[in-house]
Design a binder for this molecule. Structure first.
Ligand code: GLN
Length: 484
């Protein structure tokens, strides 16, 4: 049962091959068996899952089921879940029981999905390896000595190990795509504003975007269908009709113009990854696509720009954790100042503190013009590069990450090396564009991910391009040996 895709599971539920209760019990048993070795979950919501499964079965019996009714999923622990701990991977929120559901959680709940639990993640979504979580590292099912990527590493690892057929993730600089690449699964970061951020704990608000993670593009389409759409509770939510993502999956690719940015195939890229991507490009040519070289001249500035903009926004967003209203509070504070200082000092981990310090610095009176303002200007140039590129091509293709999953501790002592693992993903967030990562092969027995970047609100086209590739290849169906 656990090797079926969401689309297959949904069909099985409709045809009464199995009940949601049976399905849910099966995945909960797998979580019990395998999660101790991987640590994908911060919280397993067994009781709630069984209740939701029973409700789903009743709905199916009454003939009132939607396309996802009864399908188990996992929520990244950055999404608020009413009555369930929502920790964001931090000691700061270890005791936080959300009083309401995030819009994404509410919508997936309304669709009848069953929540198995809350996925582990880098603290406040800051990281590329899942090594900064207060709840410990997550291991990569393909090689338990390797990181699963981050920050949505718990979601990605759980899907790869068949502990859930799908999950939510969030992507501020690559956190859906990079872990999807490292774990050999499929992930989609939507256009900024397509998926509501209400109830999604804020890291860098102008970059944060929630999206689906699953094994196939078709499954991502099914999840996105429920997640996307205008929400009056999010002021940056975009009002426009959500297309039928599944309907467009089988469009032919003849004449599709694929752009290959020279900056994505530079010396930073591992040569075996380059070869794997080239093989995937050849598949697209067989499907009738035309390939064209393009340039995104300011791409190399995206990491430095991001590490001004994202920390600036995070220093402001994280000011709310003061030990007063909710979250961690230090023991026996001497006075109110001591309460703030020690609650934040003890509640946040090292990477979060580093970002708050950088952000406060670049926003301070003497440095705002030199750093923050400059970064905003370059951010515009990066968006302009993409705009020009989309005048020549329909989609941009490249690697998701410069390397495959690396080992634990390999990059923790050098933050810059860690930050560089997002060089191919971060520009997309700065421009607010949609992008996917799909599995295209292996290098040293670790999965390789390929990135597809689309123009604004072209999710349907991206899903179509990914789906056609997945119909002629089977990388997305490979199962890690120890999690069959
Ligand atoms: N790795 C990047 C960071 O640490 C991106 C994280 C994310 O997308 N949430 O900021």
């Amino acid at each position: 049962m656990h090797n079926k895709t969401i689309a297959e599971l949904a069909a099985g539920l409709r045809d009464k091959e199995f009940s949601s209760r049976e399905l849910t019990t099966h995945f909960l048993a797998r979580i019990g068996q395998y999660n101790p070795a991987l640590n994908c979950f911060i919280t397993v919501t067994e009781e709630l899952a069984l209740q939701q499964a029973e409700a789903a079965d009743a709905r199916i019996a009454a003939g009132k089921a939607g396309p996802l009714t009864g399908v188990p999923i996992v929520q990244k622990d950055i999404f608020c879940t009413k009555g369930v701990r929502t920790s964001c991977g931090s000691k700061m929120l270890d005791n936080f029981i959300a009083p309401y559901d995030a819009t994404v959680v509410e919508r997936l709940g309304r669709a009848g999905t069953v929540m198995l639990g809350k996925a582990n993640m880098d603290e406040f979504a800051m990281g590329s390896s899942n090594e900064t979580s207060f709840y410990g590292i997550v291991r990569n099912p393909w090689d338990t000595n390797a990181v699963p990527g981050g920050s949505s590493g718990g979601s990605a690892a759980a899907i790869a190990a068949r502990l859930t057929p799908g999950a939510t993730g969030t992507d501020t600089g690559g956190s859906i795509r990079q872990p999807a690449a490292f774990c050999g699964i499929t992930g989609l970061k939507p256009t900024y504003g397509l998926v509501s951020r209400y109830g999604m704990i804020a890291f860098a608000s102008s970059l944060d975007q929630g999206g689906p993670m699953a094994r196939s593009a078709e499954d991502c389409a099914l999840l996105l269908q429920e997640m996307a759409g205008f929400d009056e509770k999010d002021s940056t939510s975009v009002k426009r009709t959500v297309p039928d993502y599944r309907a467009g999956l089988n469009e032919r690719l003849a004449g599709l113009r694929i752009g290959l940015p020279e900056e994505f195939f530079d010396e930073a890229l591992d040569s075996e990854i380059a070869r794997t991507i080239e093989a995937a490009i050849a598949e697209y040519e067989k499907l009738g696509a035309e390939v064209k070289k393009i340039s995104l001249a300011n791409m190399r500035l995206s990491v430095p720009v991001y590490y001004v903009v994202a920390p600036a926004e995070c220093s402001s967003n994280l000011a709310r954790y003061d030990g007063v209203r909710f979250g961690y509070r230090c023991q026996n504070p001497k006075d109110v100042h001591d309460l703030f200082m020690r609650s934040r000092g003890e509640g946040f981990g090292a990477e979060v503190k580093r970002r708050i310090l950088i952000g406060t610095y670049v926003l301070s009176a003497g440095y705002y013009d030199a750093y923050y303002l400059q970064a905003q200007k370059i951010r515009r140039l990066i968006s302009e590069d993409f705009k020009q590129a989309f005048e020549q091509v329909d989609v941009i293709l490249g690697p998701t990450a410069p390397s495959v999953a690396f080992g634990f501790g390999e990059k923790t002592s050098d933050p810059i090396a860690m930050y560089l693992s997002d060089i191919y993903t971060i520009g997309v967030n700065l421009a607010g564009l949609p992008a996917m990562s799909i599995p295209v092969g292996f290098s040293s027995n670790r999965p390789v991910g390929m990135q597809l970047i689309g123009n604004y609100f072209k999710e349907a086209q991206l899903l179509n391009i990914a789906h056609r590739y997945q119909q002629v290849t089977d990388w997305h169906r490979r199962v890690p040996a120890n999690f069959m």
